[in-house]
Each structure stands twice: as structure tokens, then as C-alpha cells.
Design a protein around this ligand. Structure first.
Ligand code: FES
Ligand SMILES: [Fe+2]
Length: 373
């Protein structure tokens, strides 16, 4: 697709975004299949915004690390003492891949020629470099990538000019800070690759409209559409809440929770799209989250998990919670993967939105702001 076609697509997104919710439509289907638009999204969104890469509990001890890609950049996220640090997963010698998966290390040793870095990225050992005239290890430390923690989530930003995370999350923090997600602990989760465009997965997670039918055997039983409170989002996020019928919930609901929650928060879920690619289903006692990494126009890695207040949760309860979210994902996944096939159809047009898709409409407006101009 040529530059002018990307311009055409962003213009069409802007056109959709210009409508009020009452006469809003979906974005054009090509938005989910265009390689050039994905390249623009990686550049203007994933390489420029704060991207969630996981929870701090994943690296609770010094030396704990995991690897992840952001906007195609391979990274290592590591705990060095009390600090979370993020480095390129690329050796300063000859681009060796420094680490795989997750684990615990005392130092970072390149598997190729064993250049060795401290957990702070300092090059502390090299072998057989005596003949390299003027070689100074300090000139070859790993550069640190910007990272910050909000509410127990780790974020990375590849853009040194981007505003601080704290500033970007300030408004949302004012709205949900009293849930104290930083006090929750991750109890389960997984990484999966779904065959769909990343935007369809954001839209699915924050779509109140699909709950009554897609999840008719699960969450609709205790969060019927009539109990959803549509709300406006704000700077960098979409937001809505759904009150629950506690008696219809499968487990002892919403306990334990933080005493700072107000009465309405204790009786409801909050659904939040933290733009661009993190989603939260926030209950009084837990958060179900997803962080996305686009792998192609029709492939996305989702890193999902559940974090709870109950730090001493027993294995059986944790397994039950994991099974519930596996079930919900199992209800969503074939549908969003099916949509990815649908957007390629010659018959695919732009559908009208229900008012219950307001968070999708806000996402379109966010995309338009980031991609236009
Ligand atoms: S590439 Fe890492 S030590 Fe050579
Ligand atoms: Fe769903």
C-alpha cells in the first residue's frame, strides 16, 4: 500500500472519529489489514507511547527478568535491587540476543562471546579483547530504555521526548487510584498469540455490547446489559462500569477489597482501555488485564493475567479464577479471529455502532489523534 493509501486510511479514520457516538460507525475494514497502517501505528503509537509490558511481581527478586518486544525492539526487563530496568536485548559487541524467556540471573552474559553486563547494564567483563586498541568497556554499556511503574504495571517508552508516565496516567489515577492495584499480586496468566489485528482485541475487551450474547453463559448472568453505566473516558483511556448481581456470581464475590473503595465501586466492575494496548477489567478484589503487542496485521501477542488483593490465595481458588478467565478468552477468541477474516471480505462495510460500543468509538478517536497529521 502506498503512502497515499495510508493517508487515505488515516483520513477515513478521522472521518469516522468526527461523528458523534449517536451516528458513529466502525472504522473501515481495511484499517485491520493494511501493512502500511501497521507500520505507522508502530511508529506513532507503539514507539511513542507508554506501553505496558507486565506486572512488577513478575520480577520480584533482584536478577529476575523477562524478555519482550515493543514496536519490534527486543528488550530485557530486569530487576536490579529495588529498581526495574529495561535494556535492549542486543549485545553491544555483535548484536547477540542476550536473554530468552524469563528467569533469574546475577549478571547478563551474552551467549555468543560472553560479554558480561551487570544488572545495571554496565559492561563488566570481556575476554580476549587485549588486542583491541583503546577498547574501553565503559563505552559499551547497555543503554537504558525509559521505563516506569504505575499501579503495579511496568511500562516502557522508546521515545525520550514523551511526557512522563505519571503525567499520562494522572487523570486515570484520579479515577481509580483508590483501587490500589499496586497492592494486588499476580496469581495467574499466560502469553498467547491470537490470529487477529491488535485493534480488534482492544475493541473486543472494551465492548460492553457483546457481553449479553458472547458471554451469555458466563458474565452476562451477573452483569446484564441493563446494569451497565456508560461513561466518558479521558486523556488516554476509555472507561465504563457495570454493576453486578452478587448472588448470581460463581464465587464469593469481590472479597477481599481495599477499604478505600466507595460503595458503588464495591458493587461493580470497571472496564478500562488504557490506550493504546492495555485493557483492564477491574473488580473490587482483582484486576484481569491484557497487554498487547502487534506481530503483524492479523497476529497479536496478548500477555494477560489476573492480580488479586488476596496474597495468600490458595491454589484451588487461584486455579478456579484462572479457569474462569480462560473460559472468557475462549468465548472471545473465535469471534475476534472470525472478524479478522470478515474484514477481508469484499462485502465488508462499515457497521453502525450501538451506544454500548462507546469505548470503541473513543478508541477510534484516540487512533485518529495519534495517526492523523
Ligand atoms: S555478540 Fe555478544 S559477546 Fe559477541
Ligand atoms: Fe468478551
Amino acid at each position: 500500500m502506498s503512502t497515499s493509501e495510508v493517508e487515505q486510511l488515516t483520513a477515513r479514520i478521522a472521518e469516522v472519529a468526527s461523528h458523534a457516538l449517536r451516528d458513529a460507525t466502525t472504522m473501515p475494514p481495511d484499517v485491520y489489514t493494511s501493512e502500511s497502517l501497521l507500520a505507522l501505528e508502530l511508529q506513532r503509537i507503539f514507539a511513542a507511547e507508554w506501553i505496558c509490558v507486565g506486572r512488577v511481581e513478575e520480577i520480584s527478586d533482584s536478577g529476575d527478568y523477562f524478555t519482550i518486544d515493543v514496536a519490534g525492539e527486543p528488550l530485557i526487563v530486569v530487576r536490579s535491587g529495588g529498581q526495574v530496568r529495561v535494556f535492549p536485548n542486543v549485545c553491544r559487541h555483535k548484536w547477540g540476543r542476550l536473554a530468552e524467556g524469563s528467569g533469574n540471573v546475577g549478571r547478563i552474559v551474552c551467549p555468543y562471546h560472553a560479554w558480561t553486563y551487570s544488572l545495571d547494564g554496565e559492561l563488566i567483563r570481556t575476554r580476549y579483547m587485549d588486542g583491541a586498541e583503546g577498547f574501553c568497556p565503559a563505552d559499551h554499556n547497555l543503554p537504558e530504555v525509559r521505563s516506569a511503574v504505575w499501579a503495579g504495571f511496568i511500562y516502557v517508552n522508546l521515545d525520550d521526548a514523551a511526557p512522563p508516565l505519571e503525567q499520562c496516567r494522572a487523570e486515570l489515577q484520579g479515577r481509580i487510584g483508590n483501587y490500589h492495584m499496586e497492592d494486588m499480586r499476580r496469581i495467574c496468566g499466560a502469553e498467547e498469540i491470537w490470529s487477529t489485528n491488535w485493534k480488534l482485541l482492544v475493541e473486543n475487551f472494551t465492548d460492553f455490547y457483546h457481553v449479553f450474547h458472547t458471554h451469555r453463559d458466563t458474565i452476562d448472568r451477573y452483569t446484564p446489559t441493563e446494569m451497565i453505566d456508560l461513561q466518558d473516558g479521558g486523556a488516554g483511556y476509555s472507561f465504563g462500569t457495570a454493576r453486578v448481581i452478587k448472588d448470581a456470581m460463581p464465587e464469593s464475590p469481590f472479597e477481599p477489597h481495599h477499604p478505600d473503595l466507595d460503595a458503588s465501586q464495591r458493587e461493580a466492575f470497571a472496564m478500562i482501555g488504557v490506550f493504546p494496548a492495555q485493557m483492564l477489567a477491574l473488580a473490587p478484589d482483582r484486576v484481569f488485564y491484557m497487554c498487547l503487542e502487534p506481530l503483524g496485521v492479523d497476529k497479536v501477542r496478548t500477555k494477560w493475567g489476573v492480580a488479586c488483593y488476596d496474597h495468600d490465595i490458595d491454589a484451588e481458588t487461584a486455579n478456579g479464577i484462572e479457569a474462569l478467565y480462560q473460559q472468557l478468552n475462549g468465548e472471545d477468541r473465535p469471534r475476534v479471529e472470525g472478524i479478522q477474516k470478515g474484514v477481508r471480505s469484499r462485502f465488508a462495510g462499515q457497521g453502525r455502532l450501538s451506544a454500548y460500543e462507546n469505548m470503541n468509538w473513543e478508541f477510534t478517536r484516540y487512533l485518529s489523534r495519534r495517526l492523523s497529521g
